[in-house]
Design a protein around this ligand. Structure first.
Ligand code: PLP
Length: 376
Protein backbone atom coordinates (compact mmCIF):
# COMPACT_ATOMS: atom_id res chain seq x y z
CA UNK A 1 0.00 0.00 0.00
CA UNK A 2 1.66 3.23 -1.13
CA UNK A 3 0.63 6.61 0.38
CA UNK A 4 -0.82 7.59 -3.02
CA UNK A 5 -3.09 4.52 -3.08
CA UNK A 6 -4.14 5.04 0.56
CA UNK A 7 -5.11 8.65 -0.23
CA UNK A 8 -7.02 7.63 -3.38
CA UNK A 9 -9.00 4.97 -1.52
CA UNK A 10 -9.79 7.41 1.29
CA UNK A 11 -10.74 10.38 -0.88
CA UNK A 12 -12.35 8.77 -3.93
CA UNK A 13 -13.86 5.71 -2.23
CA UNK A 14 -14.15 3.90 -5.59
CA UNK A 15 -16.86 1.29 -6.14
CA UNK A 16 -15.62 -2.22 -5.36
CA UNK A 17 -14.18 -4.50 -6.46
CA UNK A 18 -11.41 -2.54 -8.18
CA UNK A 19 -7.66 -2.48 -8.61
CA UNK A 20 -5.83 0.73 -7.74
CA UNK A 21 -2.27 0.78 -9.06
CA UNK A 22 0.44 3.36 -8.34
CA UNK A 23 2.44 3.82 -11.54
CA UNK A 24 5.24 5.54 -9.59
CA UNK A 25 5.82 2.24 -7.79
CA UNK A 26 6.12 0.51 -11.16
CA UNK A 27 8.88 3.00 -12.01
CA UNK A 28 10.62 2.44 -8.66
CA UNK A 29 10.58 -1.34 -9.16
CA UNK A 30 11.94 -1.00 -12.70
CA UNK A 31 14.75 1.25 -11.44
CA UNK A 32 15.58 -1.11 -8.56
CA UNK A 33 15.94 -4.05 -10.92
CA UNK A 34 17.96 -2.04 -13.44
CA UNK A 35 20.31 -0.92 -10.65
CA UNK A 36 20.70 -4.46 -9.30
CA UNK A 37 21.39 -6.01 -12.72
CA UNK A 38 23.00 -3.24 -14.79
CA UNK A 39 24.26 -5.68 -17.44
CA UNK A 40 20.79 -7.02 -18.20
CA UNK A 41 18.25 -5.48 -20.58
CA UNK A 42 14.76 -5.53 -19.05
CA UNK A 43 11.91 -6.94 -21.17
CA UNK A 44 8.76 -6.38 -19.11
CA UNK A 45 6.47 -9.44 -19.34
CA UNK A 46 3.33 -7.70 -20.59
CA UNK A 47 0.93 -10.43 -19.47
CA UNK A 48 1.47 -9.52 -15.79
CA UNK A 49 -0.44 -6.26 -16.35
CA UNK A 50 -0.91 -4.86 -19.87
CA UNK A 51 -2.66 -1.60 -18.88
CA UNK A 52 -1.60 1.31 -21.13
CA UNK A 53 -0.50 3.57 -18.22
CA UNK A 54 1.90 0.83 -17.07
CA UNK A 55 3.27 0.22 -20.58
CA UNK A 56 3.60 3.95 -21.30
CA UNK A 57 5.58 4.58 -18.12
CA UNK A 58 7.89 1.69 -18.94
CA UNK A 59 8.38 2.95 -22.52
CA UNK A 60 9.40 6.32 -21.05
CA UNK A 61 11.94 4.52 -18.84
CA UNK A 62 13.49 2.76 -21.83
CA UNK A 63 12.17 -0.71 -21.05
CA UNK A 64 11.84 -3.42 -23.66
CA UNK A 65 8.89 -5.85 -23.69
CA UNK A 66 8.20 -9.57 -23.70
CA UNK A 67 4.93 -10.14 -25.57
CA UNK A 68 3.04 -13.44 -25.52
CA UNK A 69 0.67 -12.83 -28.44
CA UNK A 70 0.09 -10.60 -31.46
CA UNK A 71 -2.48 -8.72 -29.39
CA UNK A 72 0.17 -7.93 -26.75
CA UNK A 73 2.56 -6.80 -29.50
CA UNK A 74 -0.16 -4.37 -30.67
CA UNK A 75 -0.66 -3.06 -27.12
CA UNK A 76 3.05 -2.42 -26.68
CA UNK A 77 3.34 -0.65 -30.06
CA UNK A 78 0.30 1.48 -29.20
CA UNK A 79 2.05 2.50 -25.97
CA UNK A 80 4.88 3.91 -28.07
CA UNK A 81 7.50 1.15 -27.99
CA UNK A 82 9.68 0.51 -31.02
CA UNK A 83 9.26 -2.94 -32.62
CA UNK A 84 12.98 -3.48 -32.01
CA UNK A 85 12.21 -3.36 -28.25
CA UNK A 86 9.82 -6.31 -28.45
CA UNK A 87 10.57 -9.99 -27.98
CA UNK A 88 7.79 -12.41 -28.93
CA UNK A 89 8.51 -14.80 -26.09
CA UNK A 90 5.72 -17.36 -26.26
CA UNK A 91 6.94 -20.69 -27.63
CA UNK A 92 3.41 -21.47 -28.83
CA UNK A 93 2.34 -19.13 -31.64
CA UNK A 94 0.05 -19.30 -34.64
CA UNK A 95 2.00 -18.78 -37.83
CA UNK A 96 -0.41 -15.96 -38.76
CA UNK A 97 0.47 -14.18 -35.49
CA UNK A 98 4.19 -14.56 -36.19
CA UNK A 99 3.65 -13.09 -39.68
CA UNK A 100 1.74 -10.12 -38.24
CA UNK A 101 4.43 -9.41 -35.66
CA UNK A 102 7.12 -9.70 -38.34
CA UNK A 103 5.23 -7.30 -40.63
CA UNK A 104 5.05 -4.86 -37.69
CA UNK A 105 8.84 -5.00 -37.35
CA UNK A 106 9.34 -7.52 -34.52
CA UNK A 107 12.59 -9.44 -35.07
CA UNK A 108 13.09 -11.51 -31.93
CA UNK A 109 11.23 -14.75 -31.28
CA UNK A 110 11.32 -17.67 -28.83
CA UNK A 111 10.81 -21.34 -29.72
CA UNK A 112 11.26 -24.74 -28.09
CA UNK A 113 10.39 -27.21 -30.86
CA UNK A 114 11.22 -28.10 -34.43
CA UNK A 115 7.80 -27.24 -35.81
CA UNK A 116 7.88 -23.79 -34.19
CA UNK A 117 11.38 -23.15 -35.60
CA UNK A 118 10.10 -24.00 -39.08
CA UNK A 119 7.16 -21.62 -38.61
CA UNK A 120 9.61 -18.85 -37.69
CA UNK A 121 11.79 -19.62 -40.73
CA UNK A 122 8.73 -19.24 -42.99
CA UNK A 123 6.95 -16.30 -41.33
CA UNK A 124 9.84 -14.31 -39.81
CA UNK A 125 12.87 -14.97 -42.06
CA UNK A 126 16.22 -13.67 -40.84
CA UNK A 127 14.92 -12.97 -37.30
CA UNK A 128 16.86 -13.49 -34.11
CA UNK A 129 15.63 -16.68 -32.46
CA UNK A 130 16.31 -18.13 -29.04
CA UNK A 131 15.55 -21.59 -27.74
CA UNK A 132 13.93 -22.09 -24.35
CA UNK A 133 15.43 -24.81 -22.18
CA UNK A 134 13.34 -26.82 -19.71
CA UNK A 135 14.63 -26.14 -16.17
CA UNK A 136 13.65 -27.07 -12.63
CA UNK A 137 10.87 -24.90 -11.13
CA UNK A 138 11.37 -26.10 -7.52
CA UNK A 139 11.08 -23.18 -5.09
CA UNK A 140 8.48 -21.36 -7.19
CA UNK A 141 5.01 -20.69 -5.73
CA UNK A 142 3.53 -20.45 -9.25
CA UNK A 143 5.57 -22.95 -11.31
CA UNK A 144 5.31 -23.08 -15.10
CA UNK A 145 5.49 -26.87 -15.09
CA UNK A 146 6.74 -28.77 -18.13
CA UNK A 147 4.65 -26.77 -20.56
CA UNK A 148 7.57 -24.74 -21.95
CA UNK A 149 11.14 -25.53 -22.89
CA UNK A 150 12.95 -28.52 -24.33
CA UNK A 151 15.92 -30.66 -23.35
CA UNK A 152 19.47 -29.40 -23.75
CA UNK A 153 20.14 -32.05 -26.39
CA UNK A 154 17.15 -31.01 -28.46
CA UNK A 155 18.01 -27.32 -28.08
CA UNK A 156 21.54 -28.01 -29.35
CA UNK A 157 20.23 -29.61 -32.53
CA UNK A 158 17.61 -26.92 -33.15
CA UNK A 159 20.00 -24.01 -32.58
CA UNK A 160 22.54 -25.58 -34.90
CA UNK A 161 19.79 -25.88 -37.51
CA UNK A 162 18.41 -22.32 -37.16
CA UNK A 163 21.19 -20.82 -39.28
CA UNK A 164 20.62 -23.28 -42.11
CA UNK A 165 16.94 -22.25 -42.09
CA UNK A 166 17.90 -18.62 -42.64
CA UNK A 167 17.36 -17.50 -39.03
CA UNK A 168 19.85 -15.85 -36.66
CA UNK A 169 20.61 -18.26 -33.76
CA UNK A 170 20.72 -15.53 -31.15
CA UNK A 171 20.61 -17.18 -27.74
CA UNK A 172 19.07 -19.39 -25.08
CA UNK A 173 16.37 -18.78 -22.46
CA UNK A 174 14.76 -20.37 -19.43
CA UNK A 175 12.17 -19.51 -16.78
CA UNK A 176 12.66 -20.77 -13.23
CA UNK A 177 8.95 -20.47 -12.35
CA UNK A 178 7.03 -17.46 -11.12
CA UNK A 179 7.30 -16.16 -7.54
CA UNK A 180 10.61 -18.04 -7.31
CA UNK A 181 11.96 -17.62 -3.81
CA UNK A 182 15.21 -19.56 -4.18
CA UNK A 183 18.14 -17.96 -6.02
CA UNK A 184 19.69 -21.41 -6.43
CA UNK A 185 17.11 -22.03 -9.18
CA UNK A 186 18.75 -19.28 -11.27
CA UNK A 187 22.26 -20.57 -10.51
CA UNK A 188 21.39 -24.10 -11.61
CA UNK A 189 19.66 -22.90 -14.77
CA UNK A 190 22.57 -20.60 -15.73
CA UNK A 191 25.04 -23.46 -15.25
CA UNK A 192 22.95 -25.65 -17.54
CA UNK A 193 22.53 -22.99 -20.21
CA UNK A 194 26.20 -21.97 -19.91
CA UNK A 195 27.42 -25.44 -20.83
CA UNK A 196 25.14 -25.61 -23.87
CA UNK A 197 26.13 -22.09 -24.91
CA UNK A 198 29.83 -22.96 -24.78
CA UNK A 199 29.28 -26.24 -26.58
CA UNK A 200 27.35 -24.57 -29.43
CA UNK A 201 29.85 -21.72 -29.71
CA UNK A 202 32.65 -24.27 -30.10
CA UNK A 203 30.64 -25.87 -32.90
CA UNK A 204 30.58 -22.51 -34.72
CA UNK A 205 27.06 -21.35 -33.80
CA UNK A 206 27.22 -17.60 -33.17
CA UNK A 207 25.20 -17.28 -29.93
CA UNK A 208 25.25 -13.88 -28.18
CA UNK A 209 22.43 -13.79 -25.62
CA UNK A 210 21.18 -15.48 -22.45
CA UNK A 211 17.59 -14.76 -21.40
CA UNK A 212 17.05 -15.43 -17.68
CA UNK A 213 13.26 -15.11 -17.85
CA UNK A 214 11.24 -13.72 -14.95
CA UNK A 215 10.29 -15.24 -11.63
CA UNK A 216 11.57 -12.56 -9.22
CA UNK A 217 9.31 -12.65 -6.17
CA UNK A 218 7.07 -10.11 -4.48
CA UNK A 219 6.40 -9.95 -0.75
CA UNK A 220 2.95 -11.40 -0.11
CA UNK A 221 2.14 -12.91 3.28
CA UNK A 222 5.73 -14.12 3.78
CA UNK A 223 9.08 -12.37 3.43
CA UNK A 224 11.11 -12.99 0.29
CA UNK A 225 14.79 -12.25 -0.45
CA UNK A 226 15.38 -8.84 -2.00
CA UNK A 227 16.31 -8.25 -5.63
CA UNK A 228 19.98 -7.66 -4.70
CA UNK A 229 20.18 -11.21 -3.37
CA UNK A 230 19.01 -12.60 -6.71
CA UNK A 231 21.26 -10.23 -8.67
CA UNK A 232 24.36 -11.35 -6.72
CA UNK A 233 23.53 -15.03 -7.26
CA UNK A 234 22.87 -14.45 -10.97
CA UNK A 235 26.07 -12.48 -11.61
CA UNK A 236 28.11 -15.07 -9.66
CA UNK A 237 26.66 -17.87 -11.77
CA UNK A 238 27.17 -15.91 -15.02
CA UNK A 239 30.82 -15.34 -14.14
CA UNK A 240 31.34 -19.01 -13.30
CA UNK A 241 29.71 -20.06 -16.58
CA UNK A 242 31.23 -17.46 -18.94
CA UNK A 243 34.31 -15.98 -17.22
CA UNK A 244 34.91 -12.50 -18.57
CA UNK A 245 33.07 -13.18 -21.84
CA UNK A 246 29.57 -12.66 -20.42
CA UNK A 247 27.04 -12.55 -23.29
CA UNK A 248 24.17 -10.07 -23.59
CA UNK A 249 21.76 -10.65 -20.71
CA UNK A 250 17.98 -10.34 -20.85
CA UNK A 251 15.51 -10.51 -17.95
CA UNK A 252 11.73 -10.68 -18.34
CA UNK A 253 10.21 -9.62 -15.02
CA UNK A 254 6.43 -9.42 -14.77
CA UNK A 255 5.31 -9.88 -11.19
CA UNK A 256 8.28 -8.00 -9.72
CA UNK A 257 7.52 -4.85 -11.70
CA UNK A 258 3.79 -4.50 -11.00
CA UNK A 259 2.87 -6.87 -8.14
CA UNK A 260 3.37 -4.61 -5.14
CA UNK A 261 2.23 -1.50 -7.05
CA UNK A 262 -1.45 -2.48 -6.83
CA UNK A 263 -4.15 -2.93 -4.21
CA UNK A 264 -7.59 -4.45 -4.77
CA UNK A 265 -10.37 -2.83 -2.79
CA UNK A 266 -13.24 -5.17 -2.03
CA UNK A 267 -16.27 -5.31 0.20
CA UNK A 268 -17.59 -8.03 2.51
CA UNK A 269 -20.84 -9.45 1.12
CA UNK A 270 -21.56 -11.90 3.92
CA UNK A 271 -20.06 -13.32 7.13
CA UNK A 272 -21.59 -16.65 8.21
CA UNK A 273 -20.97 -19.93 10.04
CA UNK A 274 -21.85 -23.44 8.92
CA UNK A 275 -23.13 -24.31 12.43
CA UNK A 276 -23.96 -22.13 15.42
CA UNK A 277 -20.83 -22.95 17.43
CA UNK A 278 -18.48 -23.45 14.46
CA UNK A 279 -15.31 -21.47 15.32
CA UNK A 280 -14.54 -20.83 11.66
CA UNK A 281 -16.47 -18.04 9.97
CA UNK A 282 -16.97 -17.88 6.22
CA UNK A 283 -16.20 -14.46 4.80
CA UNK A 284 -17.57 -13.87 1.31
CA UNK A 285 -16.00 -10.97 -0.59
CA UNK A 286 -17.26 -9.22 -3.73
CA UNK A 287 -14.17 -10.55 -5.57
CA UNK A 288 -13.09 -14.16 -5.95
CA UNK A 289 -11.33 -16.70 -8.15
CA UNK A 290 -13.29 -15.55 -11.23
CA UNK A 291 -13.03 -11.83 -10.52
CA UNK A 292 -9.27 -11.75 -11.03
CA UNK A 293 -7.82 -13.79 -8.17
CA UNK A 294 -6.92 -16.81 -10.31
CA UNK A 295 -3.58 -17.21 -8.55
CA UNK A 296 -5.38 -18.28 -5.38
CA UNK A 297 -5.77 -21.62 -7.22
CA UNK A 298 -4.21 -24.21 -4.90
CA UNK A 299 -3.82 -21.27 -2.44
CA UNK A 300 -0.51 -20.70 -4.23
CA UNK A 301 -0.37 -16.92 -3.89
CA UNK A 302 -1.43 -15.73 -0.43
CA UNK A 303 -2.28 -12.04 -0.55
CA UNK A 304 -1.99 -10.00 2.66
CA UNK A 305 -5.36 -8.56 3.72
CA UNK A 306 -6.31 -5.33 5.49
CA UNK A 307 -9.76 -4.54 6.79
CA UNK A 308 -11.56 -1.48 8.06
CA UNK A 309 -11.90 -3.33 11.43
CA UNK A 310 -8.22 -4.10 11.97
CA UNK A 311 -7.01 -3.69 15.56
CA UNK A 312 -9.75 -5.68 17.30
CA UNK A 313 -9.85 -9.39 18.26
CA UNK A 314 -9.47 -11.83 15.35
CA UNK A 315 -10.57 -15.39 14.64
CA UNK A 316 -10.11 -18.06 11.96
CA UNK A 317 -11.87 -17.67 8.61
CA UNK A 318 -12.41 -19.33 5.28
CA UNK A 319 -12.44 -16.69 2.54
CA UNK A 320 -14.56 -17.11 -0.59
CA UNK A 321 -15.74 -15.18 -3.62
CA UNK A 322 -19.29 -14.11 -4.49
CA UNK A 323 -20.15 -16.52 -7.35
CA UNK A 324 -22.28 -19.67 -7.26
CA UNK A 325 -19.31 -21.91 -8.02
CA UNK A 326 -17.83 -24.31 -5.49
CA UNK A 327 -14.33 -23.64 -6.79
CA UNK A 328 -14.69 -19.96 -5.91
CA UNK A 329 -12.93 -20.30 -2.55
CA UNK A 330 -9.79 -18.25 -2.02
CA UNK A 331 -8.36 -19.64 1.22
CA UNK A 332 -9.61 -22.62 3.20
CA UNK A 333 -6.41 -24.43 4.21
CA UNK A 334 -4.24 -21.33 4.71
CA UNK A 335 -4.85 -20.12 8.28
CA UNK A 336 -6.17 -16.59 7.70
CA UNK A 337 -7.57 -14.74 10.73
CA UNK A 338 -9.83 -11.70 10.39
CA UNK A 339 -11.51 -9.38 12.92
CA UNK A 340 -14.47 -10.85 14.81
CA UNK A 341 -16.27 -7.52 14.25
CA UNK A 342 -16.17 -7.92 10.45
CA UNK A 343 -19.61 -7.40 8.87
CA UNK A 344 -21.26 -7.17 5.45
CA UNK A 345 -20.42 -3.84 3.87
CA UNK A 346 -16.94 -3.56 5.48
CA UNK A 347 -13.95 -2.84 3.28
CA UNK A 348 -11.24 -5.48 2.74
CA UNK A 349 -8.08 -4.57 0.84
CA UNK A 350 -5.99 -7.24 -0.86
CA UNK A 351 -2.39 -6.02 -1.01
CA UNK A 352 0.24 -6.65 -3.69
CA UNK A 353 -2.39 -7.49 -6.32
CA UNK A 354 -0.97 -5.49 -9.24
CA UNK A 355 0.20 -8.57 -11.17
CA UNK A 356 -1.88 -11.32 -12.77
CA UNK A 357 -5.28 -10.05 -11.61
CA UNK A 358 -7.13 -7.72 -14.02
CA UNK A 359 -6.56 -9.89 -17.06
CA UNK A 360 -7.61 -13.05 -15.24
CA UNK A 361 -11.07 -11.63 -14.44
CA UNK A 362 -13.88 -13.45 -16.24
CA UNK A 363 -16.03 -11.56 -18.72
CA UNK A 364 -19.28 -11.81 -16.78
CA UNK A 365 -19.45 -15.11 -14.93
CA UNK A 366 -22.61 -14.89 -12.78
CA UNK A 367 -23.16 -11.47 -14.36
CA UNK A 368 -20.24 -9.86 -12.52
CA UNK A 369 -18.32 -7.35 -14.59
CA UNK A 370 -14.55 -7.59 -15.11
CA UNK A 371 -12.43 -5.94 -12.43
CA UNK A 372 -12.47 -2.12 -12.58
CA UNK A 373 -9.03 -0.51 -12.78
CA UNK A 374 -7.63 2.86 -11.63
CA UNK A 375 -4.07 3.89 -12.54
CA UNK A 376 -2.79 6.80 -10.50
C1 PLP B 1 5.14 -15.04 -17.58
C2 PLP B 1 6.49 -14.92 -18.17
C3 PLP B 1 7.42 -14.05 -17.61
C4 PLP B 1 7.16 -13.27 -16.34
O1 PLP B 1 7.27 -14.05 -15.20
P1 PLP B 1 7.21 -13.42 -13.76
O2 PLP B 1 7.31 -14.58 -12.86
O3 PLP B 1 5.92 -12.68 -13.64
O4 PLP B 1 8.38 -12.50 -13.63
C5 PLP B 1 8.64 -13.93 -18.22
N1 PLP B 1 8.94 -14.62 -19.35
C6 PLP B 1 8.07 -15.47 -19.92
C7 PLP B 1 8.46 -16.18 -21.15
C8 PLP B 1 6.82 -15.65 -19.34
O5 PLP B 1 5.97 -16.51 -19.91
Amino acid sequence: MTPKIARFLEEVRPATPCLVLDVDRVEANYRALAAALPLARIYYAVKANPAPPVLERLVALGSAFDAASWEEVELVLAAGAAPSAISYGNTVKKESAVARAFAAGVRMFAFDSEEELEKLARAAPGSKVYCRILVENAGADWPLSRKFGCSVEMAAGLMARAGALGLDPYGLSFHVGSQQRDAVAYEAAIAKVGMLFTDLTERGVNLRMVNLGGGFPVRYSEDVPGIDHFARAIMGAMTRAFGNAIPEMVVEPGRFIVGDAGVIASEVVLVSRKAKDDPVRWVYLDIGRFGGLAETEGESIRYPLRTSRDGGAVGPVTIAGPTCDGADILYERTPYRLPLALRAGDRVELLATGAYTTTYASQSFNGFRPLAEHYI
